[in-house]
Design a binder for this molecule. Structure first.
Ligand code: PMP
Length: 426
């Protein structure tokens, strides 16, 4: 692993902790069958990882093996296959627990993804604790899925959504955030890494500030889980939400971490099978945590696939992945920002994985379409973060986002593609 570029000493220490000199991107690429796809006569250059990442063979095979050998419904069966399926599902929960460094598997609730995890917290903890006149504090860089669930809750309760502002680099203004924390604040919800800007928020400091006055914190970890080593106990967050499909796992599965004592105190999210311990028409006794939050038959194969994905990431080493992606981001920042007419959106000192930009006189959709002709997949649009786009005075950006299998050669291809766009519109 070559050195990490342009980083503060504190993040350098985190990201290179335990970094392994053997991270071999060529070997990593060989694990992803889809990377052999040819697109319009070119090798695929997949730079849309913040939207969803590709899946290694280990994940595809784990799902297929589950259906080949173990498929049955879980928890309720006494037969051989049901026991195997239950063991697979619960073992995936343990993998997530250890990946996040949660203290117990009961603290991991399977959900469809980040969106469902945040809605779950808003509709359970939120409904239980937030009253008229209370406030929920988020930041100006949130994804819609960390805005709208809180708006729904605030509307229902007559509470207020407060938004901590960002500066011109797309960094949270911490003093303003702290100023907005007050006696009315009942919940803080913040993204760990912004999907639109790449900003890596000082999440540990945010949590300390909120806890200093007894306010719980939900972290939207959709972009952080695939990108950096995590320890929810060290962070001391109350809830942590993420999606499997951005972390090299399948779509339709994700997890919510919650501190056990909190999960035990809050009501169920949905009613149905598996979330109960007994039902009569007069009274239902709920199952224990985490099953209390997992009504109905879950995506068992998805959980198995997610477990395989996190094991795969563990084998690569999260510190290696963080260092690799940081190097790609530093390189991409240099080469793309050097192209005349390009303006980066999001220039935080602490960034990860995402390069958002606009070009003079060119709509981002045209950038995306021309790059696609070169086999390069990026995302264009508002990235489900319209308020932050508005703050920067743009409707949309072009966004390249990096993953474990990307290379500097692919970034060179991106830069050549962006140059071509410039010439087309010159
Ligand atoms: N938060 C962030 C920061 C995201 O990047 C995304 C996905 N783009 C989400 C939340 C929502 O994730 P999902 O659609 O998988 O629920």
């Amino acid at each position: 692993m070559t050195k990490v570029l342009k980083m503060s000493s504190s993040s350098r220490q985190t990201l290179t902790r335990e970094a392994d000199l053997d991270f071999d991107v060529g070997r990593v690429r060989a694990d992803f069958p889809i990377l052999r796809t040819r697109v319009h006569g070119h090798d695929l250059v997949y730079l849309d990882n913040a939207a969803t990442s590709q899946k290694p063979r280990a994940v595809i095979e784990a799902i297929s093996r589950y259906y080949d050998c173990d498929n049955a419904n879980i928890h309720r069966g006494v037969h051989y296959l049901s026991e195997r399926a239950t063991a697979d599902y619960e073992s995936a929960r343990k993998t997530i627990q250890s990946f996040l460094h949660a203290s117990r598997p009961e603290e991991i609730v399977f959900v469809r993804g980040t969106t469902e995890a945040i809605n779950l917290v808003a509709q359970t903890y939120g409904r239980q604790h937030i009253r008229a006149g209370d406030e929920v504090l988020i930041t100006a860089m949130e994804h819609h899925s960390n805005i709208v669930p809180w708006q729904l809750l605030c509307e229902e309760k007559g509470a207020k959504l407060k938004v901590a502002p960002i500066n011109e680099d797309g960094e949270l203004i911490l003093e303003e955030f702290e100023r907005l924390l007050g006696p009315q604040t009942k919940m803080v919800a913040v993204s760990h890494i912004s999907n639109a800007l790449g900003t890596l928020n000082p999440i540990a400091t945010i949590i300390k500030m909120a806890h200093a006055i007894g306010i719980p914190v939900l972290v939207d970890g959709a972009q952080a889980v695939p990108r950096m080593p995590l320890d929810v106990q060290e962070l001391d967050c109350d809830f942590y939400a993420f999606s499997g499909h951005k972390a090299y796992g399948p779509t339709g599965i994700g997890a919510l971490y919650g501190k056990l004592a909190l999960l035990e105190r809050i009501p169920p999210y949905q009613g149905g099978g598996d979330m109960i311990s007994s039902v009569t028409f007069e009274k239902t006794i709920y199952n224990k945590v985490p099953h209390k939050f997992e009504a109905g038959t879950p995506d068992i194969a998805g959980a198995v696939g997610l477990g395989a994905a996190l094991e795969y990431l563990n084998d690569l080493g999260m510190a290696n992945i963080a260092a690799h992606e940081h190097e790609l981001l530093a390189y991409a920042t240099d080469v793309v920002s050097a192209i005349p007419g390009v303006r980066l959106i999001g220039t935080a000192k602490e960034k990860s994985g995402v390069l958002s930009f606009v070009m003079d006189g060119v709509h981002p959709h045209d950038i995306g379409t021309i790059l696609d002709q070169e086999g390069i997949a990026i995302r264009t649009g508002h990235h489900c973060a319209q308020p932050v786009m508005e703050w920067f005075g743009v409707d949309a950006t072009a966004r390249a986002s990096f993953g474990v299998y990307n290379t500097k050669q692919e970034i060179d291809a991106l830069a050549r593609g962006v140059e071509k766009v410039r010439k087309v519109f010159a």
